[in-house]
Design a protein around this ligand. Structure first.
Ligand SMILES: [Zn+2]
Length: 162
């Protein structure tokens, strides 16, 4: 269901769709630290106040690197939904559901494209309410000098509000 970067106990970077989430390798690692607290966040420019989603390391409007993290709503309403049954990435089960969702005012990000999980086929319609859900994905092996360790990881999707 999650996408599995391990095949027969061997890590395969080419099959790993989830990012490395530690500060040494990812400048938006804070996004994942916030997810671990069940917070969906993005970056806001301290210079021109532009809010970008997905989060950035550089403001796309004024190129400032002075950004702050802001929280986004953890609920939204479905605008349109797609259930994919064929041609799925390896280790994903059908249906793979994605949706454009609308975030409630006064969210600075009005809509976003997200995966939907914990959801049956045909369950979501336009206007259905969904909420943020954060789940663990397989840890990622990190080589840092002579040190080797596993970095725990998370990712997010939305799920139907029952
Ligand atoms: Zn800016």
């Amino acid at each position: 269901m999650k996408g599995i970067p391990y095949v027969q106990d061997r890590y395969s970077p080419t099959l790993d769709i989830f990012p490395i989430q530690c500060s040494e390798f990812n400048r938006i690692y804070q996004f994942y630290e916030n997810l671990k607290e069940n917070r969906l966040t993005t970056t806001k420019c301290l210079s021109c106040r532009h809010v970008a989603y997905p989060p950035r390391v550089l403001c796309p409007q004024c190129y400032s690197e002075e950004l702050e993290w802001i929280d986004l709503p953890d609920r939204g309403k479905v605008l349109c939904v797609v259930e994919k049954w064929k041609g799925l990435p390896i280790c994903f089960e059908a249906p793979l559901i994605t949706a454009w969702i609308e975030l409630p005012d006064p969210s600075p990000v009005k809509r976003l494209l997200t995966r939907i999980i914990n959801c049956g086929a045909g369950q979501l319609k336009e206007g259905s309410e969904v909420r943020l859900t954060v789940f663990d994905v397989d840890a990622h092996p990190i080589d840092k000098g002579k040190e080797k360790f596993m970095k725990e990881r998370v990712f997010f999707a939305f799920e139907p509000v029952q």
